[in-house]
Design a protein around this ligand. Sequence first.
Ligand SMILES: Cc1cc2nc3c(=O)[nH]c(=O)nc-3n(C[C@H](O)[C@H](O)[C@H](O)COP(=O)(O)O)c2cc1C
Length: 193
Amino acid sequence: MVKVMGLVGSPRLGGNTQKLVEVALEAAQDVGASTELLTLHDKEMEPCIACDICRKTGECAIYDDVPGVLERMVEADGIIIGSPVYFGNVTSQLKILMDRSRPLRRNFRLKNKVCGALAVGASRNGGQETTIQAIHNYLLIQDAILVGDGEPLAHYGGTGVGGPVGDTEGDEAGLVTSRNLGRRVAELAQLLK
Ligand SMILES: Cc1cc2nc3c(=O)[nH]c(=O)nc-3n(C[C@H](O)[C@H](O)[C@H](O)COP(=O)(O)O)c2cc1C
């Protein structure tokens, strides 16, 4: 059985991104994957300080919650990364995790994991696609395999519109694209396994 992890980059507990990542994970379960939800709002995470120790040792020299998160990413066969749109980009919390994941790149430990992205912004065309693109760029640099939301819409991933917590409950396009993304990640992870 493949394992699909959902990573929530929001600083808000139970926010719109978490809702859509949960929907994606439910779809992954529906096609036979086991799933795990991981949130960043409750993690202690310092930014990368470019000490370059990871280039020598393969390990980060900052001892907070990040190394534990990275280990869980390595254990997954598929990863869905969700972020709120913050000024057309990912949140600082998610960017810290991306930068701190440099040790994984030393031996390309995310290579061939099937990954996808979703983003939620308060406005339609508020930067969902640019935020997804930022996540895709990260995943390409980690040599992961990217998928979008697949058939029948087949665009970039999950795209949600919502401001206050709870808004995405009625966001049909956000729910459908997130569900399709979750199914697509799980299906391809199964094919590869
Ligand atoms: C600092 C900040 C910047 C934001 N920038 C954007 C933006 O550029 N475009 C947009 O559509 N929404 C923007 N938003 C709104 C959030 O993306 C939106 O409220 C989203 O639903 C939050 O997701 P969450 O509930 O998972 O935290 C911003 C919110 C904050 C706090």
